[in-house]
Ligand binder design. Structure first.
Ligand SMILES: [Zn+2]
Length: 108
């Protein structure tokens, strides 16, 4: 079951960010909904916020990974629960790998 709301980092203007609860987007027939588990902050995000290029009320963060939560009626070949990662302009599948420990980073 897909949640109705999600937390999102929102640029509010004047170099400020906040976390807001936003409505989960409604899926179109060609859309895939991803539950984001991890999101990076890249140089573009920093420029958008610190140099105030972003539009107020925009959701930032374009480098993320997560699992497919729902697919549109015309989407084929993408399975709910599959791991995916955003790679600039494309979404890629990620293979399931065993959890491993790294010093200072707890395994999921
Ligand atoms: Zn980036």
């Amino acid at each position: 079951m897909v949640a109705e709301h999600m937390p999102a980092a929102v640029y509010v203007g004047d170099g400020e960010m906040t976390v807001r609860e936003l409505a989960v987007p409604t899926l179109g027939p060609h859309d895939v909904l991803v539950e984001v588990s991890h999101c990076g902050i890249c140089g573009t995000d920093l420029h958008l916020v610190l140099e105030k290029y972003a539009r107020p009320d925009s959701v930032l963060g374009h480098e993320w990974a997560g699992t497919i939560a729902a697919v549109g009626s015309d989407v084929h070949g993408w399975d709910i629960g599959a791991g995916v990662v955003q790679d600039e302009a494309r979404m890629r599948r990620v293979p399931r790998v065993p959890a491993r420990s790294v010093v200072g980073v707890p395994a999921p």
